[in-house]
Write a protein that binds this ligand. Sequence first.
Ligand SMILES: Cc1cc2nc3c(=O)[nH]c(=O)nc-3n(C[C@H](O)[C@H](O)[C@H](O)COP(=O)(O)O)c2cc1C
Length: 314
Amino acid sequence: MIAPTGVNGMLTRDADLKLARAAARAGIAFTLSTVSNQRPDTVVREAGGRLWMQLYWFRDPAIAADVVRRADAAGYEALVFTSDANVFGHREWDKRSYRGPGQLTLRSVLDVARHPRWLLDVMWPRGLPRFVNVADFFPPEARSARAGVTRIPALFAPTIDWDTVAWLRERWPRRLLVKGILDPADVERAVRLGCDGVVLSNHGGRQLDCTVAALEVLPEIARAFGDRTTILVDGGIRRGSDIAKAVALGAHAVMVARATLYGVAAGGEAGASHALTILASELDRVLGQLGCRSLAELSPAMLREGEPTRRARP
Ligand SMILES: Cc1cc2nc3c(=O)[nH]c(=O)nc-3n(C[C@H](O)[C@H](O)[C@H](O)COP(=O)(O)O)c2cc1C
C-alpha cells in the first residue's frame, strides 16, 4: 500500500490524486494523510480505488472528530492512527530552509525562483496548496503548505494515549490500525483494544532518528502476534527485494512512502505508476530467483544471518 504523506501538493499539482490513481491502477490501497491537500470525498470522486485515511491528533479534538466523520461518510476502508509524531522530530534539515516561522531564507527563495515550471505547476490556478482537512480549525498563518514545517508542530497534541485509541475504536466502524509501533507490548495493547492491525514504523527516521528500525523488531512481533493481528511495516522500502525481506520476516504487507513520492515528483501520475511497476516487477523477479511461486512461500530461513565479521588482530 501507499503510506500516508502530507503536503504532497508541493511536489506537483494534485499529487494526492495522482498517487491515489496510481494505487487504484495497481490494485493496492492508498492512504490519505490528515495533512494532505485533498479532502477524502474528493479522492473518492476523482481517483477511486481502495482508500485508507490517516489520522493525526491535534490539540483541538474537533479535528479528529471531523476527519473521522468525513472519512466514514466517504466510505474509507480503514483508519490509520499515527502514534509516533505527536511530539514532532527536531528536523534540522527542514529548519535550514527557514529564517523564521513561515519565512523562507533568501537561499530557499532563490531556489524556488530557479524552478519556474515547478512553481507554476504547484501554484496555478489555486495558489499554494492548503491543508484542506484541517485548515478551518487552524489559525490563518498555519493554513498553507509553506507554514507546515514551522507552524504545525505546535498544533499537535503531545498527550495521546491508549484512551485516544479506545475513543477511535468506539467511533470508527471499519478497520483500525495504529501506525508507529515498535514495541511488542504496544502491539498487545492495540490488539486488546480491538484494533485490526499495526504498522511497525519509525516514521522513516524522521522522528526519533536513533530509534530501532521497524524491520529489526518485525521478526519478534510477527512470531508473537502474526496470527492474531495484521502486521504492516514501512521504512526504506525502495526495492522489490525489500518487500520480499519484510514478508519473509513475517509482515503481511508493506507500506511505501518515498518511493512513490519520488515517482510522482519526477513524473506525475505516470511516475507514481512507474515506481509501483518497478517495485512489482522486482518483487516478481526476486520470488522467481528464490524459487517461490507466491509471497506465502517466503520464509525467515531465506534470510540467514551472516557470520559476525571478525577483525584481524593487529
Ligand atoms: C514528506 C513526508 C511526509 C510524511 N507525512 C506523513 C503523514 O502525514 N502521516 C504519517 O503517518 N506519516 C507520514 N510520513 C511518514 C511515512 O508514512 C512513512 O512512515 C515513512 O516515510 C517511512 O517510509 P518510506 O521509507 O517508504 O518513506 C511522511 C513521510 C514523508 C517522507
